[in-house]
Design a protein around this ligand. Structure first.
Ligand code: FES
Length: 575
């Protein structure tokens, strides 16, 4: 019985979640992915043209088998109908003159696809299915090469980049995006170029041979011409109908009047019924951040609803998920997801950052903070207060600057980035590119390089220093928010925030208690697949944690004498 009731409870939670899913967005996304899979397979098949037309046709056989089967046909045409229909609806609800350039470009490319693809689709699929024409590569290339090269090239580029822009919008804020960014960009440009190259090579090959047997019969030519003509007429009529419907919707909206929206700091504006609050901001040129372009994924458009909250529909499941990720209170909503029908007053919560601020792509990505799995290294000069008290001020400054310079070199030489200069130390970030293991190994290597630099500095300046020059290093890895912090006047710095940083800092402090030079958390050792030689596994209590953090204590003095196996089996807690 308890099992049955928990299953029923889970089922009702699941049904409630399904009711709240942003179905339109999900269907538009998945139907777009089906179409993109079709285009990708088509272009890869074109690319194989560099190996010769027979190879191309062998691959075409399998491609046609998939997409002309019943499931393939339903998936392809169903996806096309859903994607076009939902996109048109979305366009009707947007404010075209205020949408971001990338989104506008995607829509324009998408609208061009039916006109570009119509004749090609009729000459191949319709022709072979209804008029029994030969639509093998040899036959089609012989008919269209070289007269339709430009048309086909434009079609390839338009269809491909329409999909690429959409996919980029969806994945660009995923934690793993940075890891695949370069390969993704390489594929985005190489696949259409290879497709065009394959198409040209195969076209030349097909055109160089006379294929009298694949010429179309007169009735096939007439049949195709008629259907192409009728289809273009229908397309134009459909286009005019859609434009008419959009204009009619716009007129109807203007008759219905507008909804007053008051923005704190920007006065009162008017919102078209049915438009989102973000559209209202764009329409009225109110600076409003929207990193995901209004797709309800980034939460940068969030607003505090000061009045009229009760008149807004409850957040959908996806909006609730995004808001709960940032622990937003009930009166915070996503401007891109709410379509007020009654007057409301709101306050935009995040500032916009000017697009022309000269930011590079990296800073652009970090300006709102992104989750990354990184390794954090803290290094601090031991007994720096005593050291500085016993030295002249300018000697202290020279020493600290010299050492900070050495640290910066060691960090950058191992692919790290200085996240923060402390008065007598540094916090450095490794693995920003998303390679967790590599980041951990680099942090370890940088830790050893810093210890070497400290030892050399001690050898060099030891006789002039009142105390031995020693440092402590703590390294931990895990999830951290990487963000650009600062302001326009004083400048910005990219740094890491979160618990991983606190743990690395605590490990650095614990080096004093453990008389170690470097404490490396077990998580770093696991990610790196290696540990400091001769290090000893210890347990370091953490404030706010039930369990201590297990970390490897490394001391240069003992690195040769402690066998690793013994250390691993006998963890010790700090007294
Ligand atoms: S613009 Fe990204 S969630 Fe609204």
């Amino acid at each position: 019985m308890p099992l049955l009731s928990s299953m029923l409870a889970a089922l009702s939670r699941y049904r409630a979640a399904l009711r709240n899913v942003h179905w339109e967005r999900e269907i538009r996304l998945w139907s777009g992915l089906v179409l993109f899979a079709f285009v990708t397979m088509h272009l890869l098949n074109h690319a194989i043209g560099v190996l010769g037309v027979p190879t191309m046709e062998a691959v075409q056989h399998w491609r046609v088998f998939i997409w002309r089967s019943w499931p393939g046909t339903v998936a392809l045409y169903g996806a096309a109908a859903l994607h076009v229909g939902l996109t048109l609806k979305r366009i009707a609800l947007r404010t075209p003159c205020r949408m971001p350039i990338e989104e506008g470009l995607q829509i324009v490319l998408g609208l061009a696809i039916p006109a570009l693809v119509l004749e090609h689709a009729l000459n191949t699929r319709y022709g072979s299915s209804i008029l029994s024409t030969d639509d093998s590569y040899t036959a089609v290339l012989t008919r269209i090469y070289p007269n339709q090269i430009a048309w086909q090239t434009i079609l390839v580029l338009v269809a491909w980049f329409h999909g690429i822009i959409g996919i980029h919008y969806v994945v660009r804020h995923k934690p793993w995006f940075e890891r695949v960014r370069e390969i993704g960009f390489a594929l985005a440009f190489s696949i259409p170029l290879l497709a065009i190259a394959g198409f040209l090579a195969a076209g030349r090959e097909a055109a160089s041979t006379v294929h009298s047997e694949i010429a179309l019969a007169p009735e096939q030519v007439t049949g195709l011409q008629q259907v192409v003509e009728i289809s273009y007429q229908l397309l134009i009529a459909g286009g005019l109908l859609i434009v008419g419907a959009l204009v009619a919707t716009e007129v109807a909206r203007s008759w219905r009047g507008t909804v007053p929206v008051r923005y704190v700091g920007h006065g009162e504006t008017a919102l078209r019924p049915g438009a989102s609050l973000l559209d209202a901001s764009r329409q009225n040129r109110i600076p409003h951040p929207s990193l995901c372009g209004g797709r309800g994924r980034c939460a940068t458009c969030r607003v505090l609803v000061l009045s009229g909250l009760e008149t807004l529909p409850e957040p959908t499941y996806s909006e609730r998920m995004v808001l709960s990720r940032i622990s937003a209170p009930k009166n915070v909503r996503l401007a891109c997801q709410i379509r007020p029908k009654q007057p409301i007053a709101v306050q935009i919560l995040l500032p916009t950052i000017a697009r022309d601020a000269g930011l590079d792509w990296e800073e652009e990505a970090y300006k709102w903070g992104v989750d990354r799995n990184v390794s954090i290294l803290f290094v601090d000069i031991r007994a720096f207060t005593s050291l500085s008290k016993k030295q002249l001020p300018h000697d202290t400054v020279l020493l600290i600057n010299r050492f900070l310079g050495e640290i910066a070199q060691a960090v950058e030489a191992h692919g790290g980035r200085i996240g923060m200069f402390l008065s007598d130390g540094v916090m450095a970030i490794f693995g920003l590119g998303g390679q967790r293991g590599m980041g951990a190994r680099n942090a370890l290597a940088a830790g050893h390089a810093i210890l070497r630099a400290a030892r050399m500095l001690d050898d060099e300046l030891g006789s002039a220093l009142p105390l031995p020059f020693r440092v402590g290093i703590g390294i931990h890895c895990g999830s951290a928010v990487i963000a650009r912090v600062g302001d326009d006047e004083r400048g910005y710095v990219i740094t890491a925030l979160g618990e991983t940083i606190s743990i690395a800092s605590r490990l650095e402090q614990a080096t004093k208690e453990l008389l170690a030079d470097m404490l490396v958390s077990e998580a770093v050792v696991q990610a790196a697949g290696t540990k400091p030689p001769g290090s000893v596994l210890r347990e370091v209590p953490m404030r706010g944690h039930d369990q201590p953090i297990r970390a490897y204590a490394y001391s240069e003095a003992f690195s040769e004498v402690r066998p690793a196996a013994q250390a691993e089996t006998q963890p010790e807690a700090i007294p």
